[in-house]
Design a protein around this ligand. Structure first.
Ligand SMILES: O=C(O)CCC(=O)C(=O)O
Ligand SMILES: [Fe+2]
Length: 524
């Protein structure tokens, strides 16, 4: 799967650029020789040309899920099929074609992974999630617009990918209605497309218990194509249901959120969208200042986002060059992030109902892997005053550095980082199992993103924007030793850009001198 990280999609896209250079060459050589390639090859060639032109803004390729959908669809329906099209039975074989084919094979061989049907589902789900999260207009998406960027409009095939991934018939209705709206302004839509959309829309109305609307939709279609027997059969079905007076409602995917989760989810959504949920009175005492570190002449740029529980940002704690280096060290080791529930934390609320909990890829880096990783651990120690020692054979004061790159619409739904009562029986390696709970989290931001991706704390209404070079830091366990549920937090879905972060989860065991425990139960 490539949709689980933006860098994988980017590498597919780089390969496509190479293939496209080869194809452009082929087209012009054949033209020069007075020959032409099969029509479907030329059509595909023009599609890529057109898509690429549209997807460029300020010399950069637009990094949003709609463009990812185009990239993956072009790959699966185009590049993968190209040899069949070029070497069809009646096709003329020229040396130019053979030459292109060599480039084709070698380019594909370099790729570690090529897109897969699953990727389509992953990206389609991401698009649905982003519509919910950021209240995007479906009409805009169909036309290729996402916030301030524009790419090619969606194709009919892409629409069907998206609607197949939707968790409810209500949502399908919204998309088909929008598509019909678009078809109306396009005079030469072919009848097959009309038929497909009208029958799918009618079926969705039927499923949500609205047979009368189902009848209306099908009758509208029959005005264009009065004798279509499939549609007439569908119409009879709707009529029968309507006369039975049965309003049967069918759910596509069952979902359930309890009230408390719903509150957190509402805040999560608002905070991700950049809404300030605290009153001026609540934020007036928040400050930025030069913080003390363990080295007398070194200060940190500290910004307090919440005093209790304490959530802070440290600015300029990692350079662009270091951030780039971390990515390069991590890339060969990246793997799909495991679901938090490996540790059975309450990572079960919010998000879109059918969405995976975490869409990202992870690499774990040890201090001993590279001097830079070691250096960063020491830097965090100086700034926080905590110990991050890794002792691979006994208890450790922190886990390895976790590097994350989010995928298409990638996010991490609301969760807490501590294990709480589950610490005793989780299946971490023994050294970590005996290192105590996760007392604090340090999160470096290695990139900026154009839109979305903030780290948000729904219960305390805090939003930390993705800020390259900065880090977020918070304690998950109070000084009394009691885990702090108010530290529930999430990574918002990324709408545009590639979000890279890396974090250190700091353990309780080694901190007894560095962060003395409090004397009362509610010590913070
Ligand atoms: O990526 C984010 O913003 C959140 C990451 C996170 O929750 C974590 O690493 O524990
Ligand atoms: Fe977390």
């Amino acid at each position: 799967e490539v949709f689980t990280s933006v860098y994988r999609i980017e590498s597919i896209h780089r390969a496509e650029t190479t293939l496209m250079k080869g194809l452009t060459d082929l087209v012009s050589k054949e033209r020069r020789d007075g020959q032409s390639l099969p029509d479907n090859v030329i059509t595909f060639f023009h599609r890529v040309e057109e898509d690429e032109k549209k997807a460029q803004s300020n010399n950069e390729t637009v990094n949003n899920p709609l463009n990812f959908l185009h990239i993956i669809d072009r790959w699966i329906t185009g590049w993968d099929k190209l040899p069949e099209l070029l070497f069809c039975e009646k096709c003329r074989k020229s040396s130019n074609i053979i030459e292109f084919y060599a480039t084709y094979i070698s380019t594909k061989q370099i790729l570690i992974e090529t897109p897969h049907r699953n990727d389509i589902g992953g990206i389609a789900t991401a698009i649905d999630r982003l519509v919910d999260m950021y209240n995007l207009s479906v009409d805009d998406l169909i036309a290729g617009r996402v916030k301030t960027t524009e790419v090619s409009p969606m194709t009919l095939t892409e629409l069907i990918y998206v609607t197949n991934a939707l968790p409810s018939y209500e949502k399908e209705i919204v998309w088909y209605e929008a598509w019909i709206h678009k078809m109306k302004s396009n005079r030469n839509t072919d009848i097959e497309e009309y038929k497909l959309i009208y029958t799918k829309l009618a079926k969705a109305y039927f499923k949500v218990g609205e047979p009368l609307t189902c009848i209306k939709v099908l009758k509208k279609y029959l005005l264009k194509d009065p004798r279509n027997s499939d549609v007439i059969v569908d119409l009879e079905r709707c009529k029968k249901r309507a006369s039975a007076g049965l309003q049967k409602y069918e759910e596509k995917i069952e979902h359930y959120l309890d009230e408390k989760s719903m509150d957190s989810y509402t805040n999560y959504k608002k905070l991700c969208g950049g809404v300030e949920l605290r009153t001026p009175n609540e934020t007036k005492s928040l400050r930025c200042f030069n913080g003390k570190t363990q080295i007398p002449y070194m200060e940190s740029k500290k910004e307090v986002l919440s005093y209790d529980p304490e959530v802070v940002m440290f600015h300029d704690v990692i350079s662009d060059k270091e951030a780039e280096e971390i990515k390069n060290i991590a890339i060969p080791k990246m793997e799909r992030s495991f679901i938090v529930s490996r540790f059975k934390t309450p990572a079960t609320i919010g998000g879109n109902y059918n969405s995976p909990i975490r869409v990202s890829e992870t690499a774990w880096l040890e201090d001993s892997d590279h001097s830079l990783i070691h250096k960063l651990s020491r830097r965090i120690e100086r700034i926080t005053g905590l110990s991050l020692q890794r002792r691979l054979s006994s208890t450790s004061d922190s886990e390895a550095l976790q590097v994350l790159n989010y995928g298409a619409g990638g996010m991490y739904i609301p969760h807490v980082d501590f294990f709480g009562e589950r610490l005793a029986n989780h299946d971490a390696p023994p050294d970590l199992k005996h290192s105590g709970d996760r007392v604090a989290t340090w999160l470096f931001y290695l990139t900026d993103v154009k839109f979305g991706g903030s780290t948000v704390f729904p219960d305390i209404k805090v939003q930390v924007p993705v800020t390259k070079g900065a880090a977020a830091f918070w304690y998950s366990i109070q000084k009394s030793g009691v885990p702090d549920n108010r530290t529930l937090h999430a990574g918002c879905p990324v709408l545009e850009g590639s979000k890279w972060v890396c974090n250190k989860w700091i353990r309780v065991a080694g901190q007894f001198r560095k962060r003395p425990c409090g004397l009362s139960r509610d010590a913070v």
